[in-house]
Design a binder for this molecule. Structure first.
Ligand code: MG
Length: 383
């Protein structure tokens, strides 16, 4: 079914505690707003309007980077005005097209709910997902005596709520207050419309208080997987005065020969990260035939690999590098290497390991012909 959608994301969400407004908070690698927008677009919305503060446009562009099919419009002073601004931005659509109004702060929207509200709209003026009230309801002030209220026909309304756009606009035009509507269903109800309930989903919880975010992070984490990648690299010793290893320059009576700075530690680690996300190897991304990488500092390669992880909504968990050589002695430089890697990768120090071993005189590293490095990277991404 053809439908459009509006996400209301103009609020400041002060109840969620200090810091960023809740639509910009990151859950498992992407903003709360992006979770909602992706769900509506994946659910088939032909056009999506995000009602947001125009001053937050850079944040919005960053949050929805790479996503197609959305536009934005400025919000109003109240939720009701923001919804109407969103509806106005859909004026190029058919007047009676179904429109879903969704709160940005309900990130875990599934396709089943979208299908349910759209289907129920066939013979209603509005369709809303809702959950029955499970707790016993009490009325009264805190620390005073209370009375129990019946709950048998009460529902907790969620979003997205579905309406025909012209019907919802007419209802808003007729709203006289003095109260402010807290959802769109009540606007249509008061205008004499028939609003029906479809089964909601506990996953559609609205993120309101700081503790909600901890629970949401756990829920979001279920849809994530852990990936591991390994990398290996070796470079030959040649004449020189210093060597780059794990992003640190060490004075030495030889250097490693290579097209870039020949930092085998960073190369092995870059390959490990690329391997974890199935992105080929360092040579695919930075061909040694390309003159622009001649003598390049290898932290560029590593940063590129980490950015590819982040673009997938992923994050690095930990890395472990082993350098294999007889000389130079690595131990005096290990702390500096870990710190440099932690800085490049933006990881806490205890998630970065650098180890070293000799091969007791055996093989090419033992004979001092070259240095080898191997690395493992653990990455977490959306499933
Ligand atoms: Mg290399």
């Amino acid at each position: 079914m053809t439908f459009s959608a509006v996400i209301v994301a103009a609020g400041s969400g002060t109840r969620a505690g200090p810091g960023q407004a809740k639509q910009w908070r990151v859950l498992a690698g992407k903003t709360v707003l992006r979770w909602s927008a992706e769900a509506l677009l994946a659910g088939g919305a032909q056009k999506l309007v995000i009602v947001a503060d125009p001053e937050a446009r850079p944040q919005l562009d960053e949050a929805l980077d790479g996503l197609a099919g959305w536009t934005t419009t400025a919000g109003g002073a109240t939720r009701a005005l923001s919804v109407q601004a969103g509806l106005a931005a859909l004026a190029d659509r058919a007047a009676d097209e179904p429109v879903l109004i969704h709160d940005a702060a309900r990130p875990f929207l599934g396709a089943a709910t979208i299908v349910s509200v759209l289907k129920a709209l066939d013979d209603a003026d509005g369709a809303i997902p809702a959950l029955p009230v499970a707790d016993t309801l009490k009325s009264g002030a805190l620390d005073s005596s209370v009375v129990t209220k019946p709950r048998n026909d009460l529902w907790r309304a969620q979003t997205p709520q579905a309406f025909r756009r012209d019907r919802l606009l007419a209802a808003y035009a007729a709203w006289t207050g003095p109260d402010e509507p807290t959802d769109d269903g009540q606007v249509v109800e008061r205008h004499g419309g028939r609003v029906v309930v479809v089964p909601g989903n506990p996953m559609l919880m609205k993120l309101t208080y700081p503790e909600d975010f901890a629970m949401a992070e756990t829920l979001a984490g279920r849809a994530r997987i852990t990936r591991m990648g390994q990398g290996f690299d070796a470079h030959r010793w040649g004449p020189g005065e210093s060597v780059w290893l794990c992003g640190v320059e060490i004075a030495h009576d030889e250097t490693l020969i290579g097209h870039s700075d020949a930092d085998a530690g960073l190369h092995a680690l870059t390959d490990a990260i690329l391997g974890a996300i199935g992105e080929g190897d360092i040579g695919d991304h930075f061909p040694p035939t390309d003159p622009q990488w001649k003598g390049a500092a290898s932290d560029k390669f590593l940063i590129h690999a980490v950015n590819l992880v982040r673009q997938r909504g992923g994050s690095l968990v930990n890395v472990d590098v082993t350098l294999i050589c007889e000389r130079p002695k690595i131990k005096p430089h290990r702390a500096a290497m870990r710190e440099r890697l932690a800085q490049i990768l933006d990881l806490p120090l205890d998630r970065v390991s650098v180890k070293a071993t000799t091969t007791e005189g055996m093989g090419f590293t033992g004979r001092g012909e070259g240095l080898a490095a191997q690395a493992i990277a653990v990455v977490e991404t959306p499933a």
